[in-house]
Write a protein that binds this ligand. Structure first.
Ligand code: SAH
Ligand code: SF4
Ligand code: F3S
Length: 463
């Protein structure tokens, strides 16, 4: 418990969640919010108004740990007002550290990993009843039922379809924090998506640590799920992340091609362009095999955007090996990439390997790589200027006529009307949230494109 044993700040039970890490964690927070709301807690936007503070942590790199710990420190300072609050630490760092976290954060009340989310309320009840230092692991993992999720309003929603990882990349902590691969059933997912469409969501992003391993163990596939979701009336767009090169299949590429709701974007982490590094990482594919999937994707789905993840400064990475990553970035002409400096993680096989490049060498490699990626992406995006694309309208501003959404690929788009926006009656032309607007790309920006939206109606009335 943080703070003195005084009454909680607001009448009743309230909660505040801070989230770090990947989209899976973002959605886990939505699930925890759903469970908390169901149990009678009200969400608040300031930690100081909350009777329960939850911090959903990430531990993929050391920086993630540091960010979460310093944030916990900051959140604890809200208790200086003298009110008592319960502090819950969840997520991947909580799973990895376990009991150790109580040493680092002595006033934490509950530490639980992602597999315990479905037990959040019974665990919190123990805390509310006065138990100290409650561990999620004290309860057996709850069955894989989908908790209710409280998503932010809008048109885009995350849907977790697969959890865990059976791969064993030498550098990665995720298999230890998220457990083995497990998938939900297609019928369960379809029901959730149908409900989301009834609530007004139009685009879903299917999430999994290895999303294209979906259903393999259970005798189905992501391709089958795509075909099943194609039948959901009112659903406009389907996206998915993150795929693993080892779980690629021709059937998945065909399903993407056939199901028009699936957007032409594939996130496929390469990590390194060097076969020797890929082998030391235990990624299970070569650069050539990776190249073949890129080729299949581009052959079958012309214009598809392909994005990736890259690691530099891996144990033993030589200058030549790093340059192979640079050359792969040129060769595959990615539409975007997240790149990181390798961060040794506790209890991973790579942690024990010797031969880390010097920190300044890795920093220089990362800077060089990011600069090159930026140039290549800018060049690639510039090639889209003049094209007409459909965006799913996320937000439209009646004052200025500006419309916001995402390109079919993935980039953010801001579009102005292609005609003067004056007079109140013209507002009727504004595309509504959730509708499709036709946009001519006029400019590239850091995060995507600027453009002009065009409407046949406007053309019809002579604008
Ligand atoms: N399952 C996905 C991604 C999981 S983590 C996959 O295999 O592609 C997201 C990204 O973080 C990884 O793709 C990798 O680029 C990066 N990452 C994971 N562990 C890391 C580490 N120890 N140091 C630096 N980057 C890491
Ligand atoms: Fe980590 Fe590799 Fe699993 Fe991705 S596939 S989560 S990088 S172990
Ligand atoms: Fe981080 Fe866990 Fe996601 S370690 S990246 S929150 S799976």
């Amino acid at each position: 418990m943080i703070g003195k044993d005084n009454p909680t700040p607001k009448e009743g039970k309230t909660f505040f969640i801070r989230t770090f890490g990947c989209q899976m964690n973002v959605h886990d927070s939505e699930r925890m919010s759903g469970l908390m709301a169901e149990a009678g807690y009200t969400p608040v936007s300031e930690a100081s108004d909350a009777s329960v503070i939850l911090v959903n942590t990430c531990t993929v790199r050391d920086k993630a740990d540091q960010k979460a710990l310093s944030d916990i420190g900051r959140l604890r300072s809200v208790a200086e007002d003298g009110h008592s609050r319960h502090l819950v630490i969840t997520g991947c760092m909580a799973e990895r550290e376990g009991k150790e976290l109580f040493r680092m954060v002595p006033d934490a009340d509950l530490v639980m990993g992602p597999s315990q989310i479905r037990n959040l309320i019974p665990l919190l009840e123990k805390v509310e009843q006065g138990s100290h230092k409650v561990m999620g692991r004290d309860l057996p993992p709850a069955p894989l039922i989908t908790p209710p999720a409280a998503r932010p309003p809008g048109i885009m929603a995350y849907v977790t379809i697969q959890e865990g990882c059976d791969k064993s990349c030498a550098y990665c902590v995720v298999p230890a924090t998220r457990g083995p691969e497990i998938s939900r059933t297609i019928s369960d997912i379809k029901k959730e998506v149908e409900q989301l469409v009834r609530e007004g969501y139009r685009e879903i992003t299917l999430l999994g640590q290895n999303v294209n391993a979906f259903g393999i163990k259970e005798g189905t596939s992501l391709a089958n799920l795509m075909r099943a979701l194609d039948e959901v009336e009112g659903l406009s767009r389907i996206r998915f992340t993150t795929s693993h090169p080892r779980d690629m299949s021709i059937d998945l590429i065909r399903a993407m091609k056939d199901v028009k709701k699936v957007m032409p974007h594939f996130h496929l982490p390469m990590q390194s362009g060097s076969d020797a590094v890929l082998a030391r990482m235990n990624r299970g594919y070569t650069r050539k095999e990776f190249a073949r999937w890129i080729e299949h994707l581009r052959d079958e789905i012309p214009g598809i955007a392909i994005t990736t993840d890259l690691i530099v400064g891996y144990v033993g990475e030589t200058q030549e090996e790093f340059e192979e990553t640079l050359s792969a970035v040129e060769e595959f002409s990615f539409d975007g990439a997240f790149s990181f400096i390798y961060s040794p993680r506790p209890s991973t096989p790579a942690e024990k390997l010797e031969g880390m490049p010097a920190r300044d060498v890795s920093v220089a490699r990362l800077n060089l790589l990011q600069k090159r990626i930026e140039e290549l992406v800018h060049k690639k995006n510039s090639g889209h200027i003049g094209e007409i694309i459909d965006i799913l309208v996320d937000r439209a501003d009646p004052e200025t006529g500006a419309v916001f959404g995402r390109a079919p690929w993935f980039q953010n788009v801001r579009a102005q009307p292609s005609f003067p926006w004056d007079g109140p009656s013209i507002r009727e032309l504004l595309p509504s949230q959730g509708s499709i607007a036709r946009v001519r790309i006029t400019e590239t920006t850091r995060s995507g494109f600027k453009g002009e939206w065009v409407t046949e109606l406007a053309v019809g009335i002579g604008l």
